[in-house]
Design a protein. Structure first.
Ligand SMILES: [Zn+2]
Length: 85
């Protein structure tokens, strides 16, 4: 784990690896990101890749009302369906 002294701008977030139905009714893997401070939830972001996780946390930073400049994915919940290629 990386440690940063600029801890105040980084708020931990929890990533949930889930499935959800898309508009066609197909089950697809997706991620949700939850801010540990404000409990703001974003998602679903489709995919279980590192890219999907990054997108989820950047979307969380955009939508969350907490003062964080970054949300740091710290805890992971659920079953991850695929690894990055
Ligand atoms: Zn936040």
């Amino acid at each position: 784990m990386r440690r940063s002294k600029k801890a105040m701008v980084r708020v931990p977030a929890t990533i949930y690896f889930k499935h959800a139905k898309n508009e066609k009714g197909n089950r697809q893997v997706c991620v949700y990101a939850v801010c540990d401070l404000e409990r703001t939830v974003v998602g679903p972001i489709w995919g279980h890749t590192d890219r999907a996780v990054k997108k989820a946390v950047s979307e969380l930073t955009r939508q969350c009302t907490c003062p964080a400049k970054f949300h740091n994915p710290q805890a992971y919940e659920g079953h991850r369906a695929q690894k990055r290629t």
